[in-house]
Design a protein around this ligand. Structure first.
Ligand code: AMP
Length: 648
């Protein structure tokens, strides 16, 4: 109660009213949100708990894909641009709502012609291209489930995800475009399917280059032949009970055995549509660009589903954000009159490495807001984008969510009324979201005290289970601290109700009696103008329990030196005080990151403990592990030398 009161203090009346309404009667609040969407049959009950699982809008019938397309076409919005595809080679394709519905319906018929039925799983291992998005919508339209696997993953990761989903059909392409090269995909599919031989019966290949692709007779066919299977079949939608799954998706965690979240036709749809309105303020006039990939949940919810549910124009971009040049992002804004961008801190830090020169050449006056999620948007990166690049003309807004939550939970309710931005904070719990910071023992902590962020009550878009692993759902999320959803993130809530994330809870560094979040130390490093990115971990230390081992990447134009090292240590000490004891600082070119752009701090931990980093199938650049190892070896040698010299 105490905490709820403080959360409300900083909030303006419009937001306060909405938060209050949701808190007093959450069912009525979400019922109103559901009423904004089309249902074939109204629900009997709004919410039903069956701990640890739950159901939303029980008995209601809807279809996520139908509401993305047919609903708009039927209300006369068919001529509006729904999807704009662009890639780094300069190719563009645009689909209106009516055109997209036509294509989706055609593919839905072809899926039926291939024997796909309601409840079947289909793996999509394709780049962000129109055919992949059309397939997603077509699968959902007929009540089958897609399992999209990021097309940057290798054969092992793909095989595991195919096995876990039990997909009978797999869609792929010959190549994906990345930084000016054609990255082949089909060979990886063949290797993956050798590892799980009896699961996938048919492979469908989109041949983009028009060159011969090795095909396995009896299993593999090309896209036109697939489409021909639609002959004589219906592409009509299937009404789905609200709690029936629309898709499954592996979390971006790095465990060898992927966890597959389940997002539903009803609750998920209501959740992402509602947050699309109140968190992002998406309207039909928006030209909305989420720079993510369809392999991640952001791609599902905010490249494909929510922008279409809201009647907006969604940009789907294939390629690297800094190719052919670091100004690509801004040029695309100018070309399409993009009004809103949703990107990641890692993308901001990437652009920051190039400096602000590339940001000056394009007219970006159409743009009126930028959102960021995926990691903490460290205040120096926020400052650079907000002040230096955008001259404070439009807001840069951090917000927080997870694959499991389907859509945002902590943010700045831009769509209701913007609150003051506190750089480095992800914002407030959005209306309808009940969170708390607790100790590991489940004691609620007062404002300012760091603990685990937990969620007290499911929101409609929260995954209600894990595919095929009901028990693991309970043990991983609801039993860690009994009765609340365990996010796994360390955070504190300040006196104004803003949430500050400090990193994953199991990565907190304990120095003497203090607990430092990895993010706090990394942000402190970034206060120095030479630093583009930093990643830190705790190293065991006899005296203090742990000390900080830091890996730092510099901006263009800066070189590692002893002097710079000293300056950086001073910067951290100035920001965090003497408790932030840096054991060593290693300079590297690239930090190890997941393919979705998150710093992999456990790799640092393995490197400094001279052990194997374990499963790194989700890593972006395997060379970064060796680089960290080398930097660490050199550092150890220097430290050895220093202590030997000290002893002389
Ligand atoms: P994913 O499931 O891949 O979306 O990753 C979810 C995780 O990313 C969260 O549990 C956080 O650890 C991290 N994350 C996402 N957004 C933020 C943010 N705005 N600030 C801090 N951490 C974030």
């Amino acid at each position: 109660m105490e905490q709820e009161r403080t959360i409300m203090q900083a909030i303006n009346p419009l937001v306060l009213r909405e938060c209050e309404a949701a808190r007093v009667d959450p069912d009525a609040y979400w019922e109103r949100a559901a009423e904004q969407l089309h249902w074939f049959r109204r629900w009997d009950r709004v919410f039903e708990s069956n701990a640890p699982s739950f159901r939303w809008f029980v008995g209601g019938e809807t279809n996520l894909a139908y509401n993305c397309l047919d609903y708009h076409v039927n209300r006369g919005w068919g001529g509006h641009a729904a999807l704009v595809y662009a890639n780094e080679r300069g190719e563009r394709r645009t689909f209106t709502y009516a055109q997209l519905r036509f294509e989706v319906s055609r593919v839905a018929a072809a899926l039926r012609g291939m024997g796909v039925e309601k409840g079947d799983r289909v793996t999509i291992y394709m780049p962000v291209c129109p055919e992949a998005l059309i397939l997603m919508l077509a699968t959902v339209r007929i009540g089958a489930l897609h399992s999209v696997v990021f097309a940057g993953f290798g054969a092992g990761a793909l095989a595991e995800r195919v096995r876990a989903s039990g997909s009978g059909l797999l869609f792929t392409a010959d190549v994906t475009y990345r930084k000016g090269t054609d990255v082949p995909l089909k060979g990886l599919v063949d290797s993956a399917l050798d590892l799980v031989p009896s699961v996938v019966k048919r492979v469908i290949v989109l041949n983009r280059k028009g060159e011969a692709v090795p095909m396995k007779a009896g299993r593999d066919i090309e896209w036109p032949e697939f489409l021909a299977h639609g002959e004589g079949h219906s592409g009509e939608h299937v009404p789905m009970e609200s709690n029936e799954p629309a898709y499954i998706l592996a979390t971006s965690g790095t465990t060898a055995k992927p966890k597959l979240v389940v997002h539903t036709h009803g609750g998920y749809q209501v959740g992402i549509h509602h947050m699309g309105r109140i968190c992002y303020g998406i309207t039909p006039n928006d030209v909305w660009w989420a720079t993510s990939d369809i392999g991640w949940v952001v791609g599902h919810s905010y490249i494909v589903y929510a922008p279409l549910l809201l009647g907006a124009t969604s940009i789907a971009y294939e390629g690297a954000l800094d190719h052919p040049g670091p100004d690509m992002l801004w040029r695309l804004v100018e070309e399409f009159g993009i009004t809103a961008i949703f990107t990641s801190p890692t993308a901001v830090r990437l652009l920051m490495r190039y400096g602000d020169e590339p940001t000056r050449g394009a007219d970006i006056s159409s743009l009126n807001r930028i959102f960021c999620a995926g990691e903490v948007l460290n205040s120096p990166a926020w400052e650079w984008l907000q002040k230096q690049v955008l001259s404070d003309r439009i807001p840069v807004i951090d917000h927080w969510w997870q694959t499991e939550t389907g859509g945002p939970m902590i943010g700045n309710p831009y769509g209701i009324s913007m609150l003051p931005i506190k750089p480095g904070s992800a914002g407030i719990p959005l209306p309808g979201v009940e969170v708390e910071v607790m100790s590991m023992e489940g004691t609620p902590l007062p404002p300012g005290e760091k603990g685990i962020l937990v969620v007290r009550r499911p929101i409609p878009s929260l995954t209600p289970t894990l595919w095929g692993e009901e028990e693991r759902y309970g043990t991983d999320y609801w039993d860690r601290i009994p009765g609340v959803y365990f996010t796994g993130d360390a955070a504190h809530i300040d006196e104004d109700g803003y949430v500050w994330f400090a990193g994953r809870a199991d990565e907190v560094i304990k120095i003497a009696a203090h607990r430092l979040g990895t993010v706090e130390v990394e942000t402190a490093f970034m206060q120095h103008p030479a630093v583009a990115e930093a990643g830190v971990t705790g190293r065991p230390d006899e005296l203090r329990g742990e000390v900080i081992s830091a890996f730092v990447a510099l901006k263009q134009g800066y070189e590692p030196s002893e002097e710079l090292r000293r300056e950086l240590l001073q910067t951290v000490r100035r920001e965090l005080g003497p408790i932030a004891v840096i054991g060593e600082l290693n300079f590297v070119d690239t930090l190890p990151k997941t393919r979705s752009g998150k710093i992999m701090r456990r790799v640092f931990k393995a490197v400094i403990q001279d052990r194997d980093p374990g499963d790194i199938t989700t890593i972006e650049d395997e060379g970064s592990v060796e680089e960290a190892r080398q930097a660490w070896r050199q550092m150890k040698a220097e430290m050895g030398q220093a202590s030997a010299e000290g002893g002389r």
